[in-house]
Design a protein around this ligand. Sequence first.
Ligand SMILES: Cc1cc2nc3c(=O)[nH]c(=O)nc-3n(C[C@H](O)[C@H](O)[C@H](O)COP(=O)(O)OP(=O)(O)OC[C@H]3O[C@@H](n4cnc5c(N)ncnc54)[C@H](O)[C@@H]3O)c2cc1C
Length: 384
Amino acid sequence: MAGLSLAYYLHRSSLRHKKILIIDRQKKTRNDRTWAFWQEGEGAFESILYRKWDSIWFHGSNGFSRKLSLGKHQYKLLRGIDFYTFVHQELARNPQITFLYSPIQSIQSSNDEAIVQTEAGEFRASWCFDSTHVLQAMKPLPDQGFIYQNLLQHFKGWVIRTDQPAFDPQVPVMMDFRIEQHDECRFVYVMPFSETEALIEFTLFTPALLSQEAYNKGLRSYIQQFTSIQNYEILEEEFGIIPMSDEPASENPAPRIIRIGTGGGYTRASTGYTFTRTQKRLQQLVQNLETSFEESPVTDKVIPALNYFYDQVFLNVFLKKRVSTAAIFTGLFRKNPAERIFRFLDEETNLTEDVKVIVSVPILPFTRAAVDVFKRNIQEIRQR
Ligand SMILES: Cc1cc2nc3c(=O)[nH]c(=O)nc-3n(C[C@H](O)[C@H](O)[C@H](O)COP(=O)(O)OP(=O)(O)OC[C@H]3O[C@@H](n4cnc5c(N)ncnc54)[C@H](O)[C@@H]3O)c2cc1C
Protein backbone atom coordinates (compact mmCIF):
# COMPACT_ATOMS: atom_id res chain seq x y z
CA MET A 1 0.00 0.00 0.00
CA ALA A 2 2.72 2.49 1.00
CA GLY A 3 5.02 1.63 -1.93
CA LEU A 4 2.32 2.00 -4.58
CA SER A 5 0.93 5.12 -2.92
CA LEU A 6 4.38 6.73 -2.94
CA ALA A 7 4.95 5.80 -6.60
CA TYR A 8 1.53 7.28 -7.41
CA TYR A 9 2.34 10.60 -5.69
CA LEU A 10 5.79 10.75 -7.34
CA HIS A 11 4.19 10.07 -10.72
CA ARG A 12 1.83 13.00 -10.17
CA SER A 13 4.61 15.33 -8.97
CA SER A 14 7.36 17.31 -10.67
CA LEU A 15 9.58 14.26 -10.03
CA ARG A 16 7.71 12.09 -12.56
CA HIS A 17 10.71 12.11 -14.90
CA LYS A 18 12.91 10.32 -12.33
CA LYS A 19 13.53 6.62 -12.92
CA ILE A 20 11.62 4.53 -10.38
CA LEU A 21 11.96 0.80 -9.79
CA ILE A 22 9.22 -0.86 -7.69
CA ILE A 23 10.26 -4.21 -6.28
CA ASP A 24 7.86 -6.69 -4.68
CA ARG A 25 8.15 -10.38 -4.14
CA GLN A 26 4.98 -10.91 -6.15
CA LYS A 27 2.34 -9.06 -8.10
CA LYS A 28 -0.83 -8.11 -6.22
CA THR A 29 -3.70 -9.81 -8.00
CA ARG A 30 -6.01 -10.70 -5.10
CA ASN A 31 -8.31 -8.64 -2.91
CA ASP A 32 -6.10 -9.44 0.09
CA ARG A 33 -7.33 -6.56 2.27
CA THR A 34 -9.95 -3.85 2.54
CA TRP A 35 -9.09 -0.48 4.01
CA ALA A 36 -11.60 1.35 6.16
CA PHE A 37 -10.73 4.88 7.24
CA TRP A 38 -12.32 8.23 7.99
CA GLN A 39 -11.60 11.38 6.05
CA GLU A 40 -12.77 14.96 5.82
CA GLY A 41 -13.37 15.95 2.18
CA GLU A 42 -12.06 14.05 -0.81
CA GLY A 43 -8.88 11.97 -0.81
CA ALA A 44 -6.51 10.91 -3.59
CA PHE A 45 -8.41 7.66 -4.18
CA GLU A 46 -11.96 9.03 -4.04
CA SER A 47 -12.87 7.75 -7.51
CA ILE A 48 -12.22 4.11 -6.59
CA LEU A 49 -13.83 3.97 -3.13
CA TYR A 50 -16.10 0.96 -2.79
CA ARG A 51 -18.44 2.60 -0.27
CA LYS A 52 -18.63 5.69 1.93
CA TRP A 53 -20.96 6.58 4.79
CA ASP A 54 -22.04 9.68 6.74
CA SER A 55 -22.82 7.92 10.03
CA ILE A 56 -21.76 4.83 11.99
CA TRP A 57 -23.11 2.59 14.72
CA PHE A 58 -21.17 2.09 17.94
CA HIS A 59 -22.24 -0.68 20.33
CA GLY A 60 -20.36 -0.51 23.63
CA SER A 61 -20.54 -1.95 27.14
CA ASN A 62 -23.46 -1.72 29.62
CA GLY A 63 -26.08 -1.52 26.86
CA PHE A 64 -24.70 1.67 25.32
CA SER A 65 -25.52 1.81 21.58
CA ARG A 66 -25.54 4.95 19.48
CA LYS A 67 -25.81 5.93 15.85
CA LEU A 68 -23.18 8.63 15.42
CA SER A 69 -23.28 11.31 12.79
CA LEU A 70 -19.84 12.01 11.33
CA GLY A 71 -20.31 15.71 10.55
CA LYS A 72 -17.78 16.82 7.97
CA HIS A 73 -16.11 13.40 7.98
CA GLN A 74 -17.09 10.28 6.08
CA TYR A 75 -16.20 6.69 6.84
CA LYS A 76 -14.76 5.18 3.67
CA LEU A 77 -13.98 1.75 2.32
CA LEU A 78 -11.39 0.94 -0.31
CA ARG A 79 -10.88 -2.60 -1.59
CA GLY A 80 -7.25 -3.64 -1.97
CA ILE A 81 -7.76 -5.02 -5.47
CA ASP A 82 -9.34 -1.78 -6.71
CA PHE A 83 -6.39 0.18 -5.31
CA TYR A 84 -3.76 -2.14 -6.84
CA THR A 85 -5.47 -2.15 -10.25
CA PHE A 86 -6.00 1.61 -10.32
CA VAL A 87 -2.43 2.47 -9.31
CA HIS A 88 -0.94 -0.06 -11.74
CA GLN A 89 -3.00 1.41 -14.59
CA GLU A 90 -1.90 4.93 -13.71
CA LEU A 91 1.78 4.00 -13.36
CA ALA A 92 1.73 2.07 -16.67
CA ARG A 93 1.45 5.45 -18.42
CA ASN A 94 4.83 6.51 -17.10
CA PRO A 95 7.74 4.96 -19.09
CA GLN A 96 10.14 5.90 -16.26
CA ILE A 97 8.49 3.40 -13.88
CA THR A 98 9.46 -0.28 -13.93
CA PHE A 99 8.20 -3.18 -11.82
CA LEU A 100 10.35 -6.09 -10.74
CA TYR A 101 8.93 -9.16 -9.00
CA SER A 102 11.73 -10.70 -6.95
CA PRO A 103 12.45 -11.22 -3.23
CA ILE A 104 14.61 -8.51 -1.68
CA GLN A 105 17.61 -9.95 0.15
CA SER A 106 19.19 -6.85 1.63
CA ILE A 107 18.97 -3.08 1.66
CA GLN A 108 22.08 -1.04 2.41
CA SER A 109 23.20 2.50 2.09
CA SER A 110 26.38 4.44 1.49
CA ASN A 111 26.46 8.21 1.95
CA ASP A 112 25.19 8.88 -1.55
CA GLU A 113 23.29 5.82 -2.73
CA ALA A 114 21.09 2.94 -1.61
CA ILE A 115 21.97 -0.59 -2.71
CA VAL A 116 19.20 -3.17 -2.93
CA GLN A 117 20.12 -6.81 -3.39
CA THR A 118 17.45 -9.06 -4.91
CA GLU A 119 17.39 -12.56 -6.34
CA ALA A 120 17.30 -10.89 -9.74
CA GLY A 121 20.38 -8.72 -9.15
CA GLU A 122 21.61 -5.57 -7.46
CA PHE A 123 20.13 -2.09 -7.90
CA ARG A 124 21.50 1.30 -6.90
CA ALA A 125 19.51 4.48 -6.47
CA SER A 126 19.59 7.92 -4.89
CA TRP A 127 16.85 6.84 -2.49
CA CYS A 128 15.34 3.55 -1.40
CA PHE A 129 11.87 3.72 0.17
CA ASP A 130 11.56 0.53 2.17
CA SER A 131 8.17 -0.89 3.16
CA THR A 132 9.52 -4.34 4.09
CA HIS A 133 10.90 -3.56 7.57
CA VAL A 134 9.39 -5.87 10.21
CA LEU A 135 8.67 -4.39 13.66
CA GLN A 136 9.58 -6.14 16.94
CA ALA A 137 5.88 -6.85 17.65
CA MET A 138 5.74 -9.18 14.63
CA LYS A 139 8.82 -11.21 15.61
CA PRO A 140 9.60 -13.65 18.44
CA LEU A 141 10.66 -11.51 21.39
CA PRO A 142 14.41 -10.84 21.69
CA ASP A 143 16.37 -12.42 24.59
CA GLN A 144 18.01 -9.13 25.38
CA GLY A 145 17.49 -5.46 24.77
CA PHE A 146 14.49 -3.32 25.57
CA ILE A 147 11.12 -4.95 24.94
CA TYR A 148 8.57 -2.44 23.74
CA GLN A 149 4.88 -2.54 24.55
CA ASN A 150 3.83 -4.90 21.77
CA LEU A 151 0.28 -5.88 21.02
CA LEU A 152 -1.27 -7.40 17.93
CA GLN A 153 -4.47 -6.41 16.27
CA HIS A 154 -5.61 -9.59 14.56
CA PHE A 155 -8.80 -10.24 12.72
CA LYS A 156 -10.66 -12.43 10.33
CA GLY A 157 -13.34 -11.14 8.02
CA TRP A 158 -15.94 -12.72 5.78
CA VAL A 159 -17.78 -11.04 2.96
CA ILE A 160 -21.14 -12.77 3.15
CA ARG A 161 -24.27 -12.77 1.01
CA THR A 162 -27.63 -13.47 2.65
CA ASP A 163 -30.82 -14.72 1.01
CA GLN A 164 -32.95 -12.13 2.88
CA PRO A 165 -32.31 -8.40 3.51
CA ALA A 166 -30.23 -8.22 6.70
CA PHE A 167 -28.13 -5.04 6.60
CA ASP A 168 -28.72 -1.31 6.54
CA PRO A 169 -26.48 -0.23 3.63
CA GLN A 170 -26.52 3.38 4.91
CA VAL A 171 -24.81 2.73 8.27
CA PRO A 172 -21.81 0.51 9.04
CA VAL A 173 -21.08 -0.82 12.52
CA MET A 174 -17.68 0.60 13.41
CA MET A 175 -17.25 -1.29 16.67
CA ASP A 176 -19.54 -3.80 18.35
CA PHE A 177 -18.32 -4.75 21.83
CA ARG A 178 -21.45 -6.70 22.79
CA ILE A 179 -19.68 -10.02 22.13
CA GLU A 180 -18.15 -12.08 24.96
CA GLN A 181 -14.90 -10.30 25.92
CA HIS A 182 -13.07 -13.21 27.66
CA ASP A 183 -11.23 -10.52 29.69
CA GLU A 184 -9.62 -9.31 26.44
CA CYS A 185 -10.40 -6.72 23.80
CA ARG A 186 -12.78 -8.26 21.24
CA PHE A 187 -15.14 -6.55 18.86
CA VAL A 188 -16.80 -6.99 15.50
CA TYR A 189 -17.36 -4.54 12.71
CA VAL A 190 -19.85 -4.76 9.90
CA MET A 191 -19.36 -2.92 6.61
CA PRO A 192 -22.59 -3.22 4.63
CA PHE A 193 -22.33 -3.22 0.83
CA SER A 194 -26.07 -3.73 0.25
CA GLU A 195 -29.07 -5.10 2.15
CA THR A 196 -27.79 -8.61 1.49
CA GLU A 197 -24.00 -8.26 1.36
CA ALA A 198 -21.49 -7.14 4.01
CA LEU A 199 -17.96 -7.57 5.30
CA ILE A 200 -18.10 -8.82 8.89
CA GLU A 201 -14.82 -8.76 10.78
CA PHE A 202 -14.01 -10.37 14.15
CA THR A 203 -11.14 -8.41 15.75
CA LEU A 204 -8.94 -8.74 18.83
CA PHE A 205 -6.22 -6.62 20.45
CA THR A 206 -4.09 -9.23 22.27
CA PRO A 207 -0.45 -10.35 22.37
CA ALA A 208 -1.14 -13.78 20.80
CA LEU A 209 -3.09 -15.10 17.82
CA LEU A 210 -6.01 -17.56 17.95
CA SER A 211 -6.53 -20.72 15.91
CA GLN A 212 -8.30 -20.14 12.58
CA GLU A 213 -11.27 -22.11 13.92
CA ALA A 214 -11.61 -19.70 16.87
CA TYR A 215 -11.98 -16.74 14.48
CA ASN A 216 -14.56 -18.70 12.44
CA LYS A 217 -16.44 -19.46 15.64
CA GLY A 218 -16.38 -15.76 16.61
CA LEU A 219 -17.85 -14.82 13.23
CA ARG A 220 -20.50 -17.56 13.27
CA SER A 221 -21.69 -16.74 16.76
CA TYR A 222 -21.86 -13.00 16.02
CA ILE A 223 -24.02 -13.63 12.96
CA GLN A 224 -26.27 -15.94 14.98
CA GLN A 225 -26.56 -13.72 18.05
CA PHE A 226 -26.65 -10.17 16.68
CA THR A 227 -28.22 -10.40 13.22
CA SER A 228 -31.43 -11.83 11.80
CA ILE A 229 -29.52 -13.89 9.22
CA GLN A 230 -30.61 -17.50 8.70
CA ASN A 231 -28.78 -18.45 5.52
CA TYR A 232 -25.67 -16.98 4.04
CA GLU A 233 -22.77 -17.84 1.78
CA ILE A 234 -19.16 -16.70 2.29
CA LEU A 235 -17.94 -14.90 -0.82
CA GLU A 236 -14.48 -13.80 0.38
CA GLU A 237 -12.25 -14.16 3.44
CA GLU A 238 -9.51 -11.92 4.78
CA PHE A 239 -7.12 -12.41 7.66
CA GLY A 240 -4.79 -9.77 9.00
CA ILE A 241 -2.33 -8.91 11.74
CA ILE A 242 -1.39 -5.31 12.44
CA PRO A 243 1.37 -4.51 14.95
CA MET A 244 0.27 -2.12 17.71
CA SER A 245 3.54 -1.13 19.31
CA ASP A 246 5.41 1.78 20.85
CA GLU A 247 8.62 0.75 19.11
CA PRO A 248 9.92 4.14 17.96
CA ALA A 249 9.86 4.66 14.22
CA SER A 250 13.26 4.59 12.57
CA GLU A 251 12.14 6.26 9.37
CA ASN A 252 15.57 7.25 8.15
CA PRO A 253 17.81 4.43 9.50
CA ALA A 254 20.67 5.06 7.03
CA PRO A 255 21.56 8.06 4.82
CA ARG A 256 19.70 6.89 1.68
CA ILE A 257 17.03 4.61 3.14
CA ILE A 258 13.59 5.86 4.13
CA ARG A 259 11.22 3.38 5.76
CA ILE A 260 7.59 3.85 4.88
CA GLY A 261 4.24 2.26 5.77
CA THR A 262 3.84 0.01 8.79
CA GLY A 263 7.62 -0.55 8.92
CA GLY A 264 8.16 3.22 8.99
CA GLY A 265 5.99 3.53 12.10
CA TYR A 266 2.92 4.92 10.31
CA THR A 267 0.47 2.66 12.18
CA ARG A 268 -1.37 4.39 15.02
CA ALA A 269 -0.41 2.16 17.96
CA SER A 270 -3.68 2.62 19.83
CA THR A 271 -5.97 1.68 16.93
CA GLY A 272 -4.00 0.00 14.12
CA TYR A 273 -5.31 2.50 11.55
CA THR A 274 -2.58 3.13 8.98
CA PHE A 275 -4.14 4.12 5.66
CA THR A 276 -4.80 7.83 6.18
CA ARG A 277 -1.52 8.58 7.90
CA THR A 278 0.34 6.79 5.07
CA GLN A 279 -1.31 9.01 2.47
CA LYS A 280 -0.62 12.19 4.42
CA ARG A 281 2.96 11.30 5.25
CA LEU A 282 3.87 10.22 1.72
CA GLN A 283 2.42 13.36 0.16
CA GLN A 284 4.52 15.35 2.62
CA LEU A 285 7.69 13.35 1.77
CA VAL A 286 7.14 13.91 -1.97
CA GLN A 287 6.69 17.65 -1.40
CA ASN A 288 9.95 17.73 0.57
CA LEU A 289 11.76 15.86 -2.21
CA GLU A 290 10.36 18.26 -4.77
CA THR A 291 11.85 21.14 -2.79
CA SER A 292 15.20 19.51 -2.21
CA PHE A 293 15.87 16.13 -3.81
CA GLU A 294 19.25 15.56 -2.19
CA GLU A 295 18.12 16.25 1.39
CA SER A 296 16.38 13.59 3.49
CA PRO A 297 12.62 14.18 3.09
CA VAL A 298 12.11 13.10 6.71
CA THR A 299 12.22 16.39 8.57
CA ASP A 300 9.99 15.69 11.57
CA LYS A 301 8.60 12.79 13.58
CA VAL A 302 5.88 10.77 11.93
CA ILE A 303 3.92 10.86 15.20
CA PRO A 304 4.28 14.04 17.28
CA ALA A 305 5.81 13.34 20.72
CA LEU A 306 2.61 14.09 22.69
CA ASN A 307 0.45 11.79 20.51
CA TYR A 308 3.12 9.09 20.72
CA PHE A 309 2.90 9.37 24.52
CA TYR A 310 -0.94 9.08 24.39
CA ASP A 311 -0.56 5.90 22.31
CA GLN A 312 1.93 4.50 24.80
CA VAL A 313 -0.55 5.10 27.62
CA PHE A 314 -3.39 3.41 25.71
CA LEU A 315 -1.13 0.43 24.95
CA ASN A 316 -0.16 0.18 28.60
CA VAL A 317 -3.82 0.16 29.67
CA PHE A 318 -4.64 -2.54 27.07
CA LEU A 319 -1.62 -4.73 27.88
CA LYS A 320 -1.94 -4.50 31.66
CA LYS A 321 -5.74 -4.88 31.43
CA ARG A 322 -6.15 -1.89 33.73
CA VAL A 323 -9.73 -1.42 32.59
CA SER A 324 -11.79 -3.14 29.90
CA THR A 325 -11.22 -1.85 26.39
CA ALA A 326 -14.96 -1.91 25.80
CA ALA A 327 -15.39 0.53 28.72
CA ILE A 328 -12.68 2.83 27.31
CA PHE A 329 -14.21 3.08 23.84
CA THR A 330 -17.69 3.36 25.32
CA GLY A 331 -16.55 6.34 27.41
CA LEU A 332 -14.93 7.95 24.38
CA PHE A 333 -17.98 7.60 22.13
CA ARG A 334 -20.50 8.41 24.87
CA LYS A 335 -18.85 11.69 25.84
CA ASN A 336 -17.47 12.97 22.55
CA PRO A 337 -18.81 13.58 19.07
CA ALA A 338 -17.26 11.02 16.69
CA GLU A 339 -15.56 13.84 14.81
CA ARG A 340 -13.59 14.89 17.89
CA ILE A 341 -12.30 11.33 18.33
CA PHE A 342 -11.36 11.11 14.65
CA ARG A 343 -9.57 14.45 14.85
CA PHE A 344 -7.83 13.34 18.07
CA LEU A 345 -6.60 10.17 16.37
CA ASP A 346 -5.47 12.23 13.37
CA GLU A 347 -3.49 14.54 15.69
CA GLU A 348 -5.64 17.49 14.63
CA THR A 349 -7.07 18.45 18.04
CA ASN A 350 -5.80 21.32 20.18
CA LEU A 351 -4.93 20.91 23.86
CA THR A 352 -8.42 21.87 25.05
CA GLU A 353 -9.97 19.18 22.84
CA ASP A 354 -7.30 16.69 23.95
CA VAL A 355 -8.32 17.33 27.55
CA LYS A 356 -12.00 16.70 26.68
CA VAL A 357 -11.03 13.34 25.16
CA ILE A 358 -8.71 12.44 28.04
CA VAL A 359 -11.32 13.09 30.75
CA SER A 360 -13.75 10.75 28.99
CA VAL A 361 -11.61 7.69 29.81
CA PRO A 362 -11.36 6.20 33.34
CA ILE A 363 -8.89 8.56 35.03
CA LEU A 364 -7.26 6.36 37.69
CA PRO A 365 -6.18 3.44 35.44
CA PHE A 366 -4.95 5.89 32.83
CA THR A 367 -2.95 7.86 35.41
CA ARG A 368 -1.31 4.64 36.62
CA ALA A 369 -0.52 3.75 33.00
CA ALA A 370 0.97 7.21 32.37
CA VAL A 371 3.28 6.82 35.40
CA ASP A 372 4.31 3.34 34.23
CA VAL A 373 5.03 4.60 30.70
CA PHE A 374 7.08 7.46 32.09
CA LYS A 375 9.22 5.00 34.11
CA ARG A 376 9.58 2.67 31.10
CA ASN A 377 10.72 5.54 28.89
CA ILE A 378 13.45 6.46 31.38
CA GLN A 379 14.51 2.79 31.49
CA GLU A 380 14.64 2.68 27.69
CA ILE A 381 16.81 5.80 27.49
CA ARG A 382 19.20 4.25 30.06
CA GLN A 383 19.44 0.99 28.06
CA ARG A 384 20.14 2.71 24.73
C1 LIG B 1 -6.07 -7.68 6.10
C2 LIG B 1 -5.68 -6.30 6.53
C3 LIG B 1 -6.65 -5.31 6.64
C4 LIG B 1 -6.30 -4.01 7.03
N1 LIG B 1 -7.29 -3.07 7.16
C5 LIG B 1 -6.95 -1.80 7.49
C6 LIG B 1 -7.94 -0.80 7.55
O1 LIG B 1 -9.13 -1.08 7.39
N2 LIG B 1 -7.56 0.49 7.81
C7 LIG B 1 -6.25 0.84 8.02
O2 LIG B 1 -5.95 2.02 8.22
N3 LIG B 1 -5.29 -0.12 8.01
C8 LIG B 1 -5.60 -1.42 7.75
N4 LIG B 1 -4.61 -2.38 7.69
C9 LIG B 1 -3.24 -1.98 8.10
C10 LIG B 1 -2.41 -1.37 6.95
O3 LIG B 1 -3.12 -0.31 6.34
C11 LIG B 1 -2.04 -2.40 5.89
O4 LIG B 1 -1.30 -3.46 6.46
C12 LIG B 1 -1.22 -1.79 4.76
O5 LIG B 1 -1.20 -2.70 3.71
C13 LIG B 1 0.21 -1.44 5.21
O6 LIG B 1 0.90 -0.94 4.12
P1 LIG B 1 2.44 -1.27 3.91
O7 LIG B 1 2.82 -0.70 2.59
O8 LIG B 1 3.20 -0.88 5.11
O9 LIG B 1 2.53 -2.86 3.86
P2 LIG B 1 2.01 -3.81 2.71
O10 LIG B 1 0.84 -3.24 2.04
O11 LIG B 1 1.88 -5.16 3.34
O12 LIG B 1 3.20 -3.81 1.68
C14 LIG B 1 4.47 -4.39 1.95
C15 LIG B 1 4.95 -5.02 0.65
O13 LIG B 1 6.29 -5.47 0.81
C16 LIG B 1 6.42 -6.70 0.14
N5 LIG B 1 7.58 -7.38 0.74
C17 LIG B 1 7.77 -7.66 2.06
N6 LIG B 1 8.98 -8.26 2.22
C18 LIG B 1 9.53 -8.36 0.99
C19 LIG B 1 10.78 -8.90 0.51
N7 LIG B 1 11.70 -9.42 1.33
N8 LIG B 1 11.01 -8.85 -0.83
C20 LIG B 1 10.11 -8.29 -1.68
N9 LIG B 1 8.94 -7.76 -1.28
C21 LIG B 1 8.65 -7.80 0.04
C22 LIG B 1 5.10 -7.41 0.36
O14 LIG B 1 4.89 -8.40 -0.63
C23 LIG B 1 4.12 -6.24 0.25
O15 LIG B 1 3.60 -6.08 -1.06
C24 LIG B 1 -4.93 -3.69 7.32
C25 LIG B 1 -3.98 -4.70 7.24
C26 LIG B 1 -4.35 -5.98 6.86
C27 LIG B 1 -3.26 -7.04 6.81
